[in-house]
Design a binder for this molecule. Sequence first.
Ligand code: G4P
Length: 530
Amino acid sequence: MKLKDEISKRKTFAIISHPDAGKTTLTEKFLLFGGAIQTAGAVKNNKITKTATSDFMEIEKQRGISVATSVMGFEYKDKLINLLDTPGHKDFAEDTYRTLTAVDSVVLVIDCVKGVEEQTERLMEVCRMRDTPVIVFINKLDLEGRDPFELLDELEEKLKINVRPLSWPIGIGATFKGVYNLQEKNVNLFQSSKTKRAENIMSFDDLSDPQLDELLGKEADQLREDVELVEGVYDEFDQTEYLNGKLAPVFFGSAVNNFGIQEMLDEFIDIAPAPKGRETDEGEIDPERDKFSGFIFKIHANLDPKHRDRIAFLRVCSGKFQRNKFFHHVRLDKDLRFSNPTSFMAKDKSLIEEAFPGDVIGLYDTGNFKIGDTLTEGDDFTFKGIPSFSPEIFKEVVNDDPMKSKQLEKGIHQLTEEGVAQLFTARMGNKKYIGTVGELQFEVIQYRLKHEYNASVSFHPLNFYKACWFTSDNKEMLDEFVRLKSNYIVHDKDENLVFLAQTAGILQITKDNYPDIDFHFTSEFKAVEA
Ligand code: G4P
C-alpha cells in the first residue's frame, strides 16, 4: 500500500476526562466495538483506582500492566484506530498532557451531573495549545443530570470553544427516553445493554409526526421545542472549524449502558483527522514525506529491578519506520537501530516490521532516550510541542544516605528523564528541587530510588505556586530580573532558567514590575538558556 493510503487509514486519538466522568468505560466500549477485546472489564481492571492511593505496590503493579494498554490499536470499518490511554489518576496528569502531544484529536467525556470540572478545564487548555480537534461526549444521561442547554453554555464558557450538538437527549435521568440524532433525524430509543448497539432506531423526517407522541409521551413536545431552539441557536456543523480546533461537536449518551457510543464512533470515523503535519525547528514536516521521522513522548521503566530496560513510546510523524534499520537520534547525534520494536493491540504486544505516520510504537531503550527526543532518517531537525508543564507541588530532595550520593544522582536523573517528575537545580550550590502535579509521585520516587538505585531520600516541602519559564526581547530587563531574583531562579533539566513563584500574588507583582518579560507555565516557550 502507498504511504498516502496508509496515512489516510489512520486515526490517532485519546479519550480524556476529569476522573470518574467515564473515560475508562467509554474506552472499553470503543474496544468492544472494534473487536479488540471480547469482554467488558478488560480495561477497567487496569485502572489505577482511587483506593489504590494508599496501596503503593498496587499502583506499581497496575502501572506495570498499563504498559500493555498504553496504546490500543484496533480496526473499525476500514480505519486503523490508535487509541492512546491516559492515566485517570489526577496525580499522573502530566503523563496525560504529554500523551496529548502525540494524538491528532481527542474525545472529551463530561459527566452530565457535574458538568465541566477542574481537570476538564486543564485538559482543554492543553488541547488548545495545539488546536487539537475535540469531540465532546456528555455521559451518564441515565442519571438526573443538568439541563442540556445549560451544559452546552458551560462548555462554551469554561472551555473557551464553540459547540454544536449533533445529537439531543430526550428527557434525562428517570425520564430519559433516548437521543435524537440531529443529522440523521432519527430517534434512538434508550435501552440498557452492556455490549450491543441499540437497534431501536426510528426515523422522523418531520418531528410533528403524531407517532412521536405515541413513542415518547409528553417528552415529544419537549423534544420539538428543544430541536427548534437548537437549530435556531447553533449554526450548521462546520467540519473545518472542528478540524481547526475551534468547534466541538457534542454527543449525548450513557457509556455504561452502551448507549449513544456507536453513533459517536461512526461520526468520529467520518470527521476526525488523519495524521497531520508536525512542527519542527526547521518548519512543518508533512506525514507524506518519504523519509521517516518521529518523537518520543513517554518512557516507561521496567519495574523489575533485575531488568533495567525501559520502553520508549515513539509517535511516527512521517515516512516509514522499519525494524533493524539505522535511524538518527538527533540530540545524541548517534545512529541507532531497533531489533524489537513493538506495537500494541489492546492487551497484546507484538513485534512489528514497519510502522506509519499516526502509529505509536514501543522501543526497548537502555538509557538513550528522554522525553521529547527526535528520531529521523538522517535529518537534523527536532520536533516542537512536547513541553514540560509547570508542576504544582515542589519539594527539596534531602539525601538520607550521603554514602550513596552517586546512586541518588543517577536515579533522580533517570527518573526525571522518564517524566515521573521534574527536576530543578539551584544555580548556586547543589540543591535539588522536585516538582510534580501530585503527592503520589513523591512516594513513587522515594520507593523507586530505594529499590532500583539503593538510595534513600526524604523530601522537605517548599512553598511555591508555579514554575514559570520566561522570555523577553528586553535584554536589560531580563538581566536585571535574573540578577535580582536569583534566589528564586533555578535550572530545569535542559538548563533553561525557570522562575519559582511563591504565590499567584507574587507572580502578578513580578509581572507588573517586569512588563517586558513574558511568563509561561510550559517550557514550550523557553528561550532563556543558562
Ligand atoms: P474514569 O475512567 O473517567 O475515571 O471513569 P470510569 O469509566 O471508571 O467511570 C466512573 C464511574 O462512573 C464508574 O462507576 C462507572 O461505572 C460509572 N459510569 C460510567 N458511565 C456511566 C453512565 O453512563 N451512567 C452511570 N450511571 N454511570 C456511569 P463506579 O461505581 O466507580 O465503578 P463500577 O463499580 O461501576 O465499575
